[in-house]
Design a binder for this molecule. Structure first.
Ligand code: ZN
Length: 106
C-alpha cells in the first residue's frame, strides 16, 4: 500500500495547475479538505442505502443523522434525519412483526 498510494497521490498532484495547487493548499489550511474526506468516508460506510431517510425521504445530514442497524443474517441499515422518523420506523417494524406472529398462530 504505502508507496503505491503515495505514487498515486503524487501523480494526481503533478497533473494539477499552479492555481489548483494554490486553492488546495488554502482549503487544506482551512480544513475544507478534511471535511470533504470525512464526508466521503461517511458515505462509504453507509453504503448504498445511506443518505436518505426511509420515512420522509429527506436527505440525511451526515453530521447529525441517526443510524439504525437491524436484522439477522443479512444486516440491514437505515439512516434517519429525526427521532420522530426513527420512532415511526420502529413502530412499523413492530406491527410488522406482530402481524407475522399472528399469521403463524392462525
Ligand atoms: Zn425522516
Amino acid at each position: 500500500m504505502g508507496e503505491c498510494f503515495l505514487n498515486r497521490l503524487a501523480r494526481i498532484i503533478n497533473e494539477l495547475s499552479f492555481e489548483d495547487l494554490r486553492l488546495i493548499k488554502k482549503d487544506l489550511e482551512e480544513g475544507n479538505i478534511e471535511r470533504l474526506i470525512n464526508k466521503k468516508i461517511t458515505h462509504f460506510r453507509k453504503g448504498d442505502e445511506g443518505g436518505v431517510c426511509p420515512i420522509c425521504h429527506a436527505v440525511v445530514d451526515e453530521e447529525n443523522d441517526l443510524v439504525f442497524e437491524f436484522g439477522h443474517g443479512i444486516r440491514k441499515k437505515a439512516v434517519f434525519d429525526a427521532i420522530d422518523c426513527l420512532e415511526y420506523f420502529l413502530y412499523k417494524l413492530k406491527s410488522q412483526k406482530q402481524n407475522s406472529k399472528k399469521e403463524e398462530l392462525e
